[in-house]
Design a protein around this ligand. Sequence first.
Ligand SMILES: [Fe+2]
Ligand SMILES: [Fe+2]
Length: 470
Amino acid sequence: MTSKTEEQRTLFQAVLMLIGLSLWVIAVTLIRFIFIDKIDLDYAYLTYIAISVGFFFLIDGLMLYMYYVLQFNELKPKEQLAIVFIIGFTYTICLYLALISVYIMPIFLCALILAQLGQRSKAQFSNFLTMIFITYALMIHSLLTGESLLPVLVMMVSGLLCGGLSSIAISKDSSRLMFMWKSALICVTSIGTMAILSLILLDESFIDNLIYMCLSAAINFAFGLILSPLVERIFNLITNARLMELTSHNSPLISRLLKEAPGTFNHSLAVASFAEMCAANIGENPYLARACAYYHDVGKLANPLYFKENQSDYNPHDDILPEVSADILRSHTSEGLRLCKENHIPEEISHVTIQHHGTMLIPVFYFKAQKLTDGTVDPAGYCYHGETPKTKLAALVMICDSSEAAIRAMDKPDGDKVDKLLRKLIYDRLERGQFDDCKITMRELSIIRETIINAYGGLFHKRLQYPEGK
Ligand SMILES: [Fe+2]
Ligand SMILES: [Fe+2]
């Protein structure tokens, strides 16, 4: 649950970011008007500047209001920073490219990038905000220089329309290729819109304007394509394209898992199949769930042979004390987090490595120790030292992980047996407070259980034996 001080801190960060954005917008606008347009600082101009400053802070108020309406407070600080960065960037290049022609402005760039980052409602809002900033700056410019306001109007209508279209069309499940196709289509639509509007409203050379419009669309397309992965990396954000790259078998940690701990790799694939289905059924991002499952056990790379799934005949735990075994086992959670940080894996994935066992007991070595010491063993010494799940996805991976291992170990699993096993498994974790720090509901826990029951048959199916000698 979000505490009052945490909420205040998030609000303070938002206010700071918005003041920063406003100061940036005012600075780049003034630089253009004073040093490039060389407009005299007369009384009228100073009044416009004063109105601008007031206007920007009014917009900030609106943004703060939207911050809560659109639940911006659910966004992580890095995501908020990315949005502010993109709005500031788009505004700046629009303002300076407008020196050539108002039609050359990549006006819906902001929406294009943000929609690719999976922030649809935020993309619409940010595009709207960018349009207001740009329209206002151009209006001041037109009023000061006595130019017609109609081109600004054409640009604004087209920008709002195509920006809105971008944020709807570039959906969450787009791959980079789909993003290319969709953004190309939106660029063509923007040229069409601007062309029709300028034909109706303007009395200027249509061919010249058309060339500028095509140039604008090309800039939108190119910047959108280059900036999305760049913004992802700078702010370590998650997009579905990035998730696909992270779960590729060629990504460094996954390829190490495949070569150095093939048993763990196969286990992770099976957990990922469960996690993906469960996430889709409880309304969470299935691609992110799959990535979390792929990385949950990367910490086993430090000692792959100490984990059952990578052993053949020899079990090194037979030769060591149970407390040493427990230490090796629980170290895979902290080691996983360390490896993820070293490889710049986004925290939405890396936190699952430290949380997927929570603070549960390691029963095998606890009972082994009990046998060796005649039953006087402190269970605290045989528990994982990680954190309990903080997100629904971490809780989901925790259940899928233990279910996969338990069903695999079962002799002739059937629907009833698996149902009983999963109920016990979830109940044990509930009883030990493993889900106390995340927002998962009882209904979602039973959806996860039902999903696994329906899916395990396909995952652990038996093959008919081939007749010998044929
Ligand atoms: Fe694990
Ligand atoms: Fe695991």
